[in-house]
Design a protein around this ligand. Structure first.
Ligand SMILES: [Zn+2]
Length: 393
């Protein structure tokens, strides 16, 4: 069993240890030490990162017998032997973030229970945020806000977070939020008397070290309500980045942050109205230009166009359809050539079959029915138009 130094001192980031076992692990080494400050992945908390003798520690896992195994990016497989002394350095920023998120999760789980009578089914930490899955289907914003406010009030009050190893009698008397998952050496984390729960993870020592907790969103996952939140240093980075984006939007739209939603709503409404107006103009233009195409005597019209609006193309196809004229519109865009086919008479033009043959000849995709088909081909419009005429001849 590896002695776990983080249990006594979660702020210990540098430690010396002796190698107890070393074995190849793929391209890396699996290293077991007599003691370690590296937190192994468990309880929804990510494993620590850092270095062992300046070589990167990629993963830390714990076996059922309590042995902590470090996966180390070690360049020389024979470069480490049992009995060697090594120095480990834990990535402080990563651990500090996990401690803040993890302790915030304890407090938030209790606050959500008190406010919504919701039990935490599971919790998961990622690099910069965390989630709690609750055994309820939905919650009001007011209830969630109140829970977050209760946690933030305790953070402001800077209360102690203690790790205790109670006797069985003491344990029986504690108001535990959840039952312990182990039977021996049960460690209990007490956030003052607000939350008391068994846990083997790493936590801050005082709540002010969390800084704040901020709920970012909720979502329904199967029968659970998943609450997303952030806290501590990664939460601060998240909010500062958001604030920077908000400031950029304010500068672009020349308004204050509180006015952003209204200003954007107005701009989007204007844009929608202008798009509708533009669509009407495109359709009017297609109607006028379509009539000039109709004067051509060709049994099947082949119309070459470039950079037109989809509203124009749909309207032009509509003109040909209305006047019962088989037509192939070949439209060059920046990326490819679009082909739109319409026909009242499969004997004159079978749209689906013609489109399929074009795709076979020129690559690309397309298909449809005898009276209507479309496709997108990688070839230039001139080549596509030539291939269309060959198909028709
Ligand atoms: Zn914990």
């Amino acid at each position: 069993m590896t002695r776990r130094l983080y249990l006594d001192d979660p702020h210990l980031m540098t430690f010396d240890a002796t190698v107890r076992d070393v074995a190849p692990a793929g391209e890396h080494l699996a290293v077991v030490l007599d003691q370690s400050a590296f937190y192994p992945e468990s309880g929804g908390q990510l494993p620590d990162r850092g270095t062992l003798q300046a070589h990167r520690v990629l993963d830390v896992q714990v076996h059922a017998d309590g042995t902590v195994v470090h996966t180390v990016q070690w360049p020389d497989a024979d470069g480490l032997r049992v009995g060697d002394g090594v120095r480990g350095v834990v990535d402080r920023h990563h651990r500090r973030s996990q401690m803040a998120l993890h302790t915030a999760q304890h407090m938030l789980s209790q606050a959500l229970y008190l406010e919504l009578l919701a039990d935490t089914v599971s919790a998961r930490l990622s690099e910069a945020s965390a989630t709690i899955d609750l055994n309820i289907a939905d919650a009001t914003d007011a209830g969630l806000d109140k829970a977050a406010q209760a946690v933030n009030a305790l953070i402001d009050d800077d209360v102690a977070v203690r790790a205790i190893f109670p006797t069985p009698e003491e344990l029986a008397a504690l108001p535990l939020r959840s039952p312990p998952k182990v039977t021996d050496n049960i460690r209990v984390i007490a956030v003052q008397d607000f939350d008391v729960t068994p846990c083997g993870g790493t936590h801050v020592e005082r709540t002010a070290q969390i800084g704040f907790v901020h709920l970012t969103k909720t979502e329904r996952v199967k029968k659970s309500l998943r609450v997303h939140f952030t806290a501590g240093p990664p939460g601060r980075d998240h909010l500062f980045a958001r604030d920077h984006i908000v400031q950029q939007l304010c500068d672009k739209l020349t308004c204050g942050a509180p006015d952003l939603p209204d200003v954007l709503d107005k701009q989007l409404a204007q844009l929608k109205a202008q798009r509708q107006e533009l669509g009407q103009l495109w359709r009017a233009l297609a109607d006028a230009e379509g009539r000039t195409w109709l004067t051509a005597k060709d049994p099947v019209l082949v119309v070459e166009l470039a950079d037109k609006d989809p509203a124009y193309l749909a309207a032009l196809q509509g003109v040909f359809r209305t006047h019962q004229r088989p037509a192939v519109i070949v439209h060059q865009t920046a990326e490819a050539t679009d082909v739109l086919l319409t026909s009242p008479d499969p004997a004159a033009l079978d749209c689906g079959a013609t489109m399929k043959a074009l795709a076979v000849a020129l690559g690309g995709k397309g298909g449809g029915k005898p009276d209507n088909a479309r496709g997108r081909l990688p070839a230039p419009a001139a080549d596509v138009a030539r291939a269309v005429r060959q198909q028709l001849s």
